[in-house]
Write a protein that binds this ligand. Structure first.
Ligand SMILES: [Zn+2]
Length: 115
């Protein structure tokens, strides 16, 4: 995701999914995205993720190719969906907004997402 933040000119987003104790990551198609917007649905059947529902989405990760800060729409989406959202910025910093805590924290990106 960090590589996308630095080198892909549009946003790239990924879901962290959990089911039966197993975690997997699904990178959403980014062909409809632009520099400041990710377009996707939480209807996971659309992506062929059969057996997964919105309740399986633990977190949303997305890149900010044009900005080194989280944005107000991130907070809005997270508050509506109640899903924590990460903004991964090209300078290597990452921010997570938690709708439960109503806070945004700068945080080290998990190593395995540094691809
Ligand atoms: Zn954002």
């Amino acid at each position: 995701m960090l590589n996308h933040a630095k080198n892909t000119t549009v946003e790239v987003a990924a879901f962290e999914l959990k089911k039966n104790g197993e975690t997997r990551y699904y990178i959403l198609p980014w062909n409809d995205n632009d520099r400041t917007t990710s377009r996707f649905t939480t209807n996971l059947n659309k992506y062929g993720l059969d057996g997964y529902n919105e309740i399986n989405i633990m977190q949303l990760y997305h890149t900010h190719p044009g900005s080194n800060m989280p944005g107000p729409t991130d907070r809005e989406w997270s508050n509506n969906s109640l899903i924590p959202i990460w903004a991964i910025c090209p300078n290597g910093k990452s921010y997570i907004y938690s709708p439960i805590e109503n806070t945004t924290n700068a945080i080290e990106l998990k190593n395995f997402l540094n691809f």
